[in-house]
Write a protein that binds this ligand. Structure first.
Ligand code: GDP
Length: 598
């Protein structure tokens, strides 16, 4: 089969601009999916994904479309995750396409995520089809959006297709544009197998299913293939396409998007972005763009009940089979006992994993304050990578610490520019560029430390702009910074879970805030408890919790035994949820409250 009739494309959009609705319409229009199947598909999707309104795993789908030129085309629609934590996956999915539909809500206009996604698509040299969606809304302003396309995105306004995914307007125009404008795949003349893995999932029955785009040559059942990143070879057990169900085919040829199954045990064996080739006739080099996925955010995860350690390890192993971007290794802490140091792509990824441990595996866990990765040069010239505050070398042997930076795009109504600039400054950032988008809005580009946007930046930006602001970011290297380790002592015992690496100039303020929060969540004890924030042994902030006066059972006057027992019983239950630090018991939710409120 020639590649002439194949079109591979994605839809990129800011959240809520209508990507899901348009995908459904395209499937309906091409009769790819019935209502019945649509329901099944919805049921299949992970609950968490639906709750958070994002797609984490990409689900490609093949459609047949009979165009106005009378020919029937094979259209492959590749979905992309909608969050910056997964931007590498987005980039790899886009690399498997020749074109992208850029969807813009005509009532909202260009947003921060539109910019970030467009950058990714242009990096892959994709043909862009701009679609102005929701033209049925009275607030839709097509002309204004066209102006934005030209001014901000440098896309010719006449390329734009007005549409209403909800009401089915413009759907055929979009399909015709995909056929007419997106280039057909071009095969390398040497015809050696080159396919890129853009996602992989773990299926309990079949093992790892790798999603691939074939660029040249073919993948057949029984063929011996090799993966470049690992150098390992496998026999292909099955290959096929998504219609949208996995449907077996004898072979996948150049231009095709589909899946293959070989004897792989974990998702890590089929690395996203890796190149598949034939093991006896390999292509000379891998396709460009592969990167080993690097976790950006680390946190310790400990079982509340230490006897759950093995169960937690098993649960994490199961999650990792499906999610190669999640890393974990054993660590122990004097305060928290045995647990794991875990690496995540970002904060959302961290939340997803923690939530899955709770929901799917019923694990009760405590997590430590999230940390980014610091590069440390020591005075003796040695380099160290530090992902755990407790591992930071002593201050006197550190020559320089470098922290990861992000470039952030913030789209806001013009009225709020002063507030947002102040927020960026407070977070040790610098505004590098401002641009007027339309008579209402401004886009700020700024560079900030990743650590500063981890916890509450987005929430604060949203509340400052009454929900009208939007933001997105990309990583942009490391920069030297005056970072120090701050420890928290509770009743003279260091509590490692609360150790953090902070900027020297912010340490006092941060230490004070943390001490006050801890004072609020740690219950009174029978003695006075001091909470201290320290840098290198020097106390920079302190709070105290006064001693508890009353004996809980005192009210019972010794008479009512059953009531007394009930009270003690209740106390015991409360105790189970406590973690003892020296003499002080800290309730489990204290950790969560303090760590969450950042
Ligand atoms: P996604 O986050 O980009 O996948 O957006 P969805 O497809 O989930 O759409 C977000 C919301 O916009 C939903 O409530 C849709 O019903 C609505 N929506 C999508 N397309 C249109 C449209 O053309 N017109 C109107 N009025 N609403 C739409």
């Amino acid at each position: 089969m020639s590649t002439e009739l194949t079109r591979n494309f994605s839809i990129i959009a800011h959240i809520d601009h209508g990507k899901t609705t348009l995908s459904d319409r395209l499937l309906e229009f091409t009769s790819t999916i019935s209502d019945r199947q649509k329901q099944d598909q919805l049921l299949d999707a992970m609950d968490l994904e639906r709750e958070k309104g994002i797609t984490i795993k990409s689900h490609p789908v093949a459609m047949k479309y009979k165009a106005k030129d009378g020919k029937t085309y094979n259209l492959n629609l590749l979905d992309t995750p909608g969050h910056v934590d997964f931007s590498y996956e987005v980039a790899r999915s886009l690399a498997a396409c020749e074109g992208a539909i850029l969807m813009i809500d005509a009532a909202q206009g260009v947003e921060a995520q539109t910019m970030a996604n467009l950058h990714l698509a242009l990096d892959q040299n994709l043909l862009i089809i701009p679609v102005l969606n929701k033209i049925d809304l009275p607030a839709a302003d097509v002309d204004k959006c066209k102006q934005q396309l030209e001014d901000i995105l440098a896309i010719p306004a006449e390329d734009a297709i007005p549409a209403s995914a909800k009401n089915g307007i413009g759907i055929e125009d979009i399909l015709e544009a995909v056929v007419a404008r997106v280039p057909a795949p071009v095969e390398n003349p040497d015809k050696l197998l080159r396919a890129t893995v853009f996602d992989s999932i773990y299926d309990a029955f079949r093992g790892v299913v790798s999603y691939v785009r074939v660029f040249s040559g073919s993948i057949r059942k029984g063929q011996r293939i090799k993966l470049f990143a690992t150098g390992k070879t496998y026999e292909v057990k099955e290959c096929g396409v998504f219609t949208p169900k996995m449907t077996k085919r004898d072979e996948l040829v150049a231009g095709d998007v589909g899946y293959f199954i070989a004897n792989m045990k974990t998702a890590d064996e089929a690395k996203i972005g890796d190149t598949v080739t034939d093991s006896t006739h390999p292509c000379p080099e891998a396709l460009p763009g592969y990167k080993e996925i690097q976790p950006m955010v680390f946190s310790g995860i400990y079982p509340v009940d230490s006897s759950d350690y093995e169960a937690l390890k098993m649960a994490m192993g199961k999650l990792q089979i499906n999610d190669a971007a999640f890393t974990f290794s054993s660590e122990s802490s004097t305060a928290l006992g045995f647990g794991f140091r875990c690496g995540f792509l970002g904060l959302l990824h961290m939340e997803i994993i923690q939530e899955r441990l709770r929901r799917e595996f019923n694990m009760d866990v405590i997590s430590t304050y999230p940390s980014v990765i610091y590069q440390v040069t020591k005075t003796n010239g040695e380099e160290e990578i530090v992902d755990n505050p407790t591992m930071l070398p002593e201050q006197q042997v550190i020559q320089e610490i470098r922290e990861p930076m992000v470039r952030i795009f913030i789209m806001i109504p013009g009225d709020y520019i002063g507030d947002i600039m102040a927020l960026v400054m407070e977070k040790r950032g610098e505004v590098t560029h401002t641009e007027t988008i339309d008579d209402m809005r401004i886009m700020l580009t700024a560079e900030l430390p990743l650590a500063e946007i981890l916890i509450d930046f987005n929430d604060r930006m949203k509340s400052m702009t009454r929900g009208y602001g939007s933001m997105d970011y990309e990583h942009c290297g490391y920069r030297p910074a005056k970072m120090v380790k701050m420890d928290i002592m509770i009743a003279s015992e260091p509590v490692e879970a609360f150790s953090t690496i902070v900027h020297r100039d912010k340490a006092e303020g941060y230490g004070r805030a943390l001490a006050i929060r801890l004072k609020d969540v740690i219950p009174q004890q029978l003695f006075v408890v001091a909470i201290q924030a320290c840098i290198g042994g020097k106390i920079i902030a302190s709070e105290r919790i006064s001693a508890m006066r009353k004996n809980v059972t005192a009210k019972c006057y010794g008479g009512d035994i059953s009531r007394k027992r009930k009270l003690l019983e209740k106390q015991k239950k409360g105790k189970e949820k406590m973690k003892a630090f020296g003499k002080v018991n800290i309730p489990q939710d204290a950790f969560i409250k303090v760590l969450k409120s950042g």
